[in-house]
Design a protein around this ligand. Structure first.
Ligand code: HEC
Length: 245
């Protein structure tokens, strides 16, 4: 019964009675995680598909935003599954959020909470930073594309240009897309705030930024896909150049 629509409805109803994003033990709620291993994403078949500037890709762009902004401790991960919702994979998004493929934003539960102005409904809730209008626009665009589980190869057809990399042109958008939800605000994860140049620079110059994205296990972005090789090479080049603004 645990994956049946009736159960998910019940879980959502129970969840709605609780303040968002606080870790409250929920009596009677089955906390067995939904199996995310059932349909592994076939990465081999899409290697080499170049990124089209006209498309938004779930694996490259949407999922990192959801993981970074919504899956922190106490929120929408497989352990806490606040309101029954899990946002750590395509399969769990589709299984636990209503009408993600609907372009009627009042029905599409994902878009509805991102666009909400009522602070009780708005996600992520304060004191977390809301997603920017631009980020929400990218997610709605992905829905209008049919909300596919798509991915592209950011390196295909490009040589990896590591010259003149600055915080403003490359590092800042990378952090905003893949790290900032966890690493900003008054209580950033791991005590690491990456939301401004001044706060990110020490993590770059002390070597932790590069080590966090290159290690073989428990890499950053946490719970996300490893950054591609070109991105890692560019981050290293930026750090080696003295982390210019
Ligand atoms: C889902 C939340 C989450 C995301 C997304 C995330 N981090 Fe982290 N990060 C953490 C947590 C939690 C810690 C504390 C250490 C741990 O639990 O692994 C941490 C620790 C760190 C540390 C310090 C120590 C270490 O582990 O090396 C660095 C540096 C870091 N993160 C960089 C990043 C960067 C860069 C990104 C984006 C590419 C990122 N993080 C994305 C949650 C996150």
């Amino acid at each position: 019964m645990k994956n049946s629509p009736a159960f998910i409805m019940l879980a959502v109803l129970i969840g709605l009675c609780y303040p968002s994003c606080k870790h409250e033990p929920i009596d009677g709620l089955d906390t067995t995680p939904i199996d995310t291993t059932g349909t592994p994403i076939d990465t081999t078949s899409v290697t080499g598909v170049p990124c089209s500037p006209d498309s938004v890709y779930f694996q490259n762009e949407v999922l990192p935003l959801l993981v970074s902004n919504c899956t922190e401790s106490g929120c929408h991960n497989t352990i806490d599954r606040q309101e029954g919702i899990i946002l750590d994979s395509y399969a769990n998004l589709m299984a636990t959020v209503d009408d993600v493929t609907s372009t009627d934003w009042s029905k599409n539960e994902l878009i509805e909470v991102l666009l909400a102005t009522d602070p009780d409904k708005k996600m992520p809730p304060a004191p977390n930073q809301p997603l920017s209008t631009e980020q929400i626009g990218r997610i709605t665009k992905w829905v209008t594309q049919g909300a596919p589980n798509n991915r592209c190869d950011e390196q295909a057809g490009n040589t990896c240009d590591t010259t003149n990399i600055t915080y403003t042109t490359f590092i800042k958008p990378l952090i905003q897309g893949k790290c900032q939800g966890c690493h900003s605000g008054s209580n950033p994860q791991g005590g690491i705030n990456l939301s401004t140049y001044a706060s990110a620079k020490p993590t770059a110059t002390n070597g932790k930024l590069v080590s966090s994205i290159t290690r073989a296990t428990n890499w950053m972005p946490k719970s996300g896909q490893k950054l591609d090789n070109c991105t890692i090479t560019k981050v290293k080049a930026w750090v080696n150049a003295g982390a210019p603004e």
